[in-house]
Design a protein around this ligand. Structure first.
Ligand SMILES: [Zn+2]
Ligand SMILES: [Zn+2]
Length: 836
């Protein structure tokens, strides 16, 4: 009999067995009763209400809810209980865990019964989706098919989610826990009615908590990482890394971990993991382990295992989670995680457009190799995956084709927990409603495909306009595919394939979609959607043009209204964050200023044309070399559009965050052949900057800064000078692009750089010649920066994909008393041939 064979499948994740009976007409349920046991838990009672309410909306029939059957047949049992167990449908729930579910549909009765505390509630939602075609699209929009589904198949359906921890990180979930429950996201609420949250916590950085530097740093510096010969106590990212091989460190971390577990007996895992910096310990003992194991994860995992052994002794069944992140992503050669250790891999370096296991994507191969390595030694892997543009929350981020394959890839590799990080600390980020729908459904059921889910969302949410929205999605994805780019999770607009043409076409499609809206509600949804192509327009189709000393945003006629519309829509739909750490007000202010006009100062001689914006930290946004026709700063070149000169400028940044805020402006003027700018700080201290050209040396751009301290208490000043110079090549071939620094003589320093990830900091620091440069041998152009080694140190940064080398300087730290001034200066010079 079919019922018996169903039991054989209990061990599997999903099984659906047809009883071979004729389907039940849905109409016949009209006289049935919903039965929920009097001693049911809160989430099961709520499940019965949800079943009643959703069935009514789906079919028009309202069933009574009772705590006992009114007749022998015609019952819908919701949740375990005495009457269910006495019924002909009875089955056990021992193997269903906390959220596995079992739906049994027979002509006599129906049972939706799951493990506690969430299985039954999730069973009701699974039943609605699977049998009645219901779709939970957003918190305000649940789709019910019309006409309603006519028949229910007689079958047994058993489902256990593959992932025990599922988090689609969007406000769509965290602000609406009842909707999150419908999406079966089990990480956002402790409300018992909704089944609460999984008792496993997201794995995060905790060494700072378990070995606080404030407590141990002074008396026991040897507890902390030895870096460059010193015990490093001032690393950022939550505190210094421990010396993980020190037995006293292992004892302290273990006892603090055990104390946390004693204080919270309900939790099922605990994080024991590196802080967020790469200053890990290089002492002889740690290094020996790391060398033998081929990765700094060697010594880290040895510590985690030691802690895990002590946890296993006192708290059997509790897992110890640790990050496999950045320098610890590669598994060790011989050390294996203990049975009770969870390894959480983070994909932050990966390409977000191609699926992680797409063999054609060069950027993801290493991650796959690491995953393969961990899979062979660990059966409780967790994933931290990245699903938004963290530097622009509302810019199109075409990764919808990768989500499904990625989640499926996780499901095939012993993964038990998935954190899909997105713009969850902001409201109304790019397609957040659509994306949350796709991600949440894939996490619950990794066999689903993300692209068809996105299309389904469009059809059900945007009605007659859906075709245009799907065309829009296809345009952006096809275009990025053709670009050959591999964007990670902080991409520029160009890296995700956006340019003026694509953004304009995308914007047109959504305008056409709005014109097709069936009603005001759908129109409003599409207006919200239009924020995202508008952002693309602002970042790619808008250019900043300087006329009579004022930069203004210039757009083709068709797009002229976009800046104002964008500002209005962001406010109307309460878009709150422009990026992970930038409130939308900052960006809206930049849009306002770009429309109103931003005063600039200009300087020009036979060699150079220079433009500076005093109110934006006095940054230089144009450095045009007339003889060669090269824009040395991309901010004003052909490549870089957008209303905010996002990159490719020359700035001097100060440790004080206020200094970085464009609102804290310099004032300035052009006098003779110099731009002179001044900023008075809150305490009366003064920063003066001069950028000037000299008649006798027209090829040089002189930069001079003077700080005069005026406060009674001493002040600390240190500046990062950051000229982001355009290299005119994406090559990282040292024969195409040389980076050179002068010691006694000029020395090329980028011959052996892997993936352009140099530089050798020591070589930069030790070179005392006071000059450094890059040179593009194909274009016969380069830039030289001349400085005083006693004032500042060279700090190179290079991104070939951005065609950019930053010839950065970090000044020494100046400690000034009242009335004392301090100055530094440097020059920039175009190179028509390599320096010699
Ligand atoms: Zn050590
Ligand atoms: Zn790729």
């Amino acid at each position: 009999m079919a019922l018996k064979s169903a039991l054989i499948f209990l061990a599997l994740t999903v099984s659906s067995i047809s009883f071979g009976e004729s389907p039940i007409p849905v109409k016949s349920l009209g006289s049935w009763t919903i039965v929920v046991a009097p001693d049911a838990i809160a989430s099961e009672k709520y499940a019965a209400e949800e079943f009643r309410d959703l069935l009514k909306k789906a079919t028009g029939m309202e069933l009574a809810v009772s705590d006992s059957p009114r007749q022998a047949t015609g019952n819908v049992f919701i949740g375990d209980g005495e009457s269910f167990r006495k019924s002909s449908l009875a089955f056990g729930i021992e193997d269903l865990g906390e959220e596995g579910l079992h739906i049994r549909i027979t002509p006599a009765s129906i049972a939706i019964v799951g493990g506690r505390p969430r299985g039954t509630l999730y069973g009701v939602y699974e039943c609605m989706e699977r049998y009645l075609g219901v779709r939970f699209l957003t918190r305000d929009h649940t789709h019910f098919p019309s006409p309603s589904i006519a028949e229910l198949p007689c079958e047994d359906h058993i489902y256990r989610p593959i992932f025990e921890f599922r988090w689609s990180y969007y406000k769509e979930n965290s602000d609406a826990p009842d909707f999150a429950a419908r999406m079966r996201v089990n990480t956002v609420t402790s409300d018992d009615k909704l089944g609460g949250r999984t008792r496993q916590e997201l794995i995060g950085h905790t060494f700072g908590r378990y070995l606080p530097v404030e407590k141990y740093g002074k008396d026991h510096p040897e507890y902390f990482a030895l870096v460059d010969g010193v015990r490093k106590l001032d690393s950022g990212g939550g505190g210094p890394e421990p010396c993980v091989s020190n037995p006293a460190v292992i004892d302290i971390i273990s006892s603090n971990v055990l104390a946390d577990l004693e204080a919270d007996p309900h939790r099922k895992n605990i994080s024991v993991s590196q802080n967020d910096n790469d200053a890990y310990c290089r002492c002889a003992t740690c290094e020996a382990i790391n060398k033998a194991e081929g990765t700094p994860m060697g010594s880290n995992l040895a510590l985690v295992n030691a802690v895990a052994d002590r946890v296993a002794e006192k708290f059997p069944g509790i897992k110890v989670g640790t990050l496999s992140y950045w320098y610890t992503r590669k598994p060790p050669k011989t050390i294996k995680p203990r049975e009770n250790v969870q390894i959480q891999l983070c994909s932050i370096e990966c390409c977000t457009f191609h699926p992680l296991n797409d063999p054609s994507c060069p950027k993801n191969r290493e991650f796959c190799a690491d995953m393969e390595g961990w899979k062979s030694i660990c059966n409780d892997i967790w994933i931290w995956n990245y699903n938004t543009n963290f530097s622009s929350y509302d810019l199109p981020f075409p990764n919808l084709r990768a989500i499904g394959p990625n989640v499926r890839f996780f499901s095939e590799n012993h993964v038990k927990g998935v954190f899909m990080q997105a713009n969850g600390n902001g409201n109304a980020g790019e397609m957040s409603d659509l994306r949350n729908y796709v991600i949440s459904r894939c996490l619950w059921n990794p066999s689903l495909e993300s692209w068809p889910l996105a299309e389904e969302f469009c059809r059900l949410h945007y009605g007659a306009a859906a075709g245009k929205v799907i065309d829009y999605l296809a345009l952006l994805h096809d275009n990025l595919e053709q670009s050959g780019n591999h964007p990670a999770c902080f991409p520029t607009a160009a890296e995700v394939g956006l340019n003026a043409d694509i953004s304009t076409r995308a914007y047109r499609l959504i305008r056409e979609a709005i014109a097709l809206a069936d009603n005001d509600e759908v129109k409003s949804r599409l207006e919200k959607f239009s924020i995202y192509p508008m952002k693309a327009v602002l970042e790619t189709a808008a250019t900043m043009s300087c006329d009579q000393g004022t930069f203004r945003c210039v757009l083709p006629d068709e797009l002229k209204d976009v800046p104002r519309q964008y500002i209005d829509l962001c406010k109307r739909f309460n878009l709150t964050m422009a990026a992970e750490t930038i409130p939308i007000e900052v960006y809206l202010d930049a849009v306002e200023r770009a429309v109103e006009g931003i005063p600039a100062l200009a300087l020009e001689n036979a060699v150079w044309r220079i433009k500076v914006i005093p109110e934006q930290n006095g940054r230089m946004v144009e450095l045009f070399h007339k003889p060669s026709g090269k824009h040395m700063l991309a901010a004003s070149g052909d490549q870089n559009h957008g209303i905010s000169f996002r990159r490719g400028d020359c700035q001097e940044l100060w440790g004080d965050p206020a200094m970085r805020n464009p609102k804290d402006a310099f004032t300035g003027e052009v006098s003779g052949s110099a731009i002179r700018m001044k900023r008075v700080l809150a305490d009366g201290s003064v920063i003066q900057r001069t950028i000037r050209l000299e008649e006798g040396r027209p090829e040089l751009v002189f930069n001079e800064t003077t700080v005069t301290h005026q406060s009674d208490s001493p002040g600390n000043y240190q500046f990062k000078i950051r000229p982001e110079i355009d290299t005119y090549t994406t090559s990282n071939d040292p024969n195409v692009l040389s980076v050179l620094i002068k010691g006694k003589d000029w020395e090329q320093i980028n011959q052996s750089w892997d993936k352009a990830d140099g530089p050798n900091k020591d070589r930069l620091r030790l070179a005392q010649g006071g000059e450094y440069a890059f040179f593009n041998h194909e274009q016969h152009m380069g830039m030289k920066l001349t400085y005083h080694p006693e004032q500042a140190t060279a700090r190179l940064w290079w991104n070939p994909e951005w065609e950019q080398v930053n010839l950065e300087l970090m000044t020494r730290l100046a400690q000034l008393t009242k009335g004392v001034s301090w100055s530094y200066d440097y020059t920039l010079e175009f190179l028509p041939e390599p320096p010699h």
